[in-house]
Design a protein around this ligand. Structure first.
Ligand SMILES: *Cc1c(COP(=O)(O)O)cnc(C)c1O
Length: 426
């Protein structure tokens, strides 16, 4: 027994499954979770002092690397002045302006405490603004755990959604329609039948919660056009991709202007922050300006804002994203070559500081059905070997990976060496 095992046993006595978020429990890959107590740069250290090269980055926020001195000192300074006032502060505006500077579609925005809150609130705004109830989402996309988003497709394209979790009432699930990702035709068909009832289409513009799946050419522009034609709002859920695939998010890379955008992860630099925002006239429906209620005791917390601002200042450096993208790209390219040399079918993707790989012959992977057909047994074998070798990958074949500004060639070559050994076992 190592210390992680002991701690996990103890945790299971008091936390459901021993965790505060299910993926952490390792149920997808087997074995028990590693307990970390420290992070620095590209590394995490477990309770027994073993170092791991980290590609989870707290599931995305740690784009500057763990415990970046500038972020830590900004948070420390903010803490000295008090942990929160429940009143407006200047730094809320500072962070909001930074966000809007890079993402001009966020004309008016509100800070919240998580990605889940951001998407839940954005949908309420879309419904309040359009006066319509139905929303559309795509298979394999994750938008947080609010009732209306824990919904799976019914048995046909035009059938009503069904709860994807116990505790979600059927009448709520019915308001959500789920279509295949990257399929504009399915969306066209749906809108031609009930387009006037649809308040919003919500999408991860680059899907990151079924592994990483890029939009096929024409998908995002198609969504934009259909929404415009029918007066529905297009919501880009950039909780993961915002300030991760590029400084202007996926919307900047693909030159699409969504009506609303949701953010999280990177904008908090590791502390709990989310945001939703978009077209001024739409966001003017939010209280106190308009009739859509939304509030938060801790929203805009000064420590969280300070962490976000410091993180943003780091990634705003002109070389940051070009470097991050080049090294992430190169890393995935070398991984794919290595796998191919060992006769292991592997399809890799990357954009900015985000990457994904599937044990699959199909390239590219562009929808959830293909994702589910990838070889998860191979993934699990690979994952366990990598973890033992001191490489921390997401404990599920359906997650993305993240590279930070702190990762260097030293970490990539060590990772690729470990991967080479792991591929020999597949
Ligand atoms: C992580 C994530 C969320 C949920 O954010 P939380 O902060 O975990 O509530 C929503 N949407 C996307 C695209 C995400 O990646």
């Amino acid at each position: 027994m190592n210390r992680s095992n002991t701690l996990f046993t103890e945790a299971k006595e008091i936390l459901p499954g021993g965790v505060n978020s299910p993926v952490r429990a390792f149920s997808r890959v087997g074995g028990e979770p590693v307990y970390f107590n420290r992070g620095k740069g590209a590394y995490l250290f477990d309770e027994d002092g073993k170092a791991y090269i980290d590609y989870i980055g707290s599931w995305g926020p740690m784009i500057a690397g763990h415990a970046h001195p500038k972020v830590i000192s900004a948070v420390q300074q903010a803490a000295e002045n008090g942990l929160g006032f429940g009143a407006p502060t200047e730094i809320e505006t500072t962070l909001a302006k930074k966000i809007r500077q890079h993402m001009p579609t966020m004309e008016l925005m509100r800070m919240v405490n998580s990605g889940t809150e951001a998407t839940m609130s954005a949908l309420r705004v879309a419904r309040g603004f359009t006066g319509r109830d139905k929303i559309v989402k795509f298979e394999g996309c994750y938008h947080g755990h609010s009732d209306g988003l824990l919904v799976k497709a019914g048995s046909g394209a035009l059938t009503l959604g069904e709860p994807d979790s116990a505790g979600v009432p059927q009448p709520i699930a019915e308001q959500t329609l789920t279509l295949p990702f990257n399929d504009v035709n399915a969306l066209n068909t749906l809108f031609s039948h009930i387009g006037e009832q649809i308040a919003a289409v919500i999408v991860e513009p680059v899907a990151g919660n079924m592994g990483m799946v890029l939009p096929v050419p024409g998908f995002l522009t198609g969504l934009k056009k259909i929404c415009e034609d029918y007066g529905a709002l297009l919501i880009f859920d950039e909780v993961m991709t915002g300030f991760r695939v590029g400084l202007a998010g996926a919307q900047g890379l693909f030159s699409i202007q969504p009506d609303l955008t949701t953010l999280g992860k990177v904008i908090g630099g590791g502390l709990p922050v989310g945001a939703f925002g978009g077209r001024r006239e739409v966001m003017e429906s939010v209280a106190p300006l308009g009739p859509v209620y939304q509030a938060g005791t801790l929203s805009g917390n000064p420590l969280a804002m300070a962490s976000g601002i410091a993180t943003m200042s780091i990634i705003e450096q002109p070389d940051f994203f070009p470097d991050l993208e080049a090294k992430t790209n190169d890393f995935m390219h070398r991984l794919e070559v290595l796998a191919s040399d060992r006769g292991v079918p592997l399809a890799t993707t990357s954009l900015g500081g985000m990457f994904g790989f599937f044990f699959s012959n199909e390239k590219p992977i562009s929808n959830f059905t293909q994702v589910l057909n990838s070889n998860t047994e191979n993934f699990n074998t690979f994952f366990q070997h990598m973890l033992a070798a001191g490489v921390n990958l997401a404990p599920s074949p359906f997650e993305s990976g993240f590279v930070s500004g702190a990762h260097t060639e030293q970490e990539f070559s060590a990772t690729l060496n470990a991967a080479d050994a792991a591929f020999k076992n597949i």
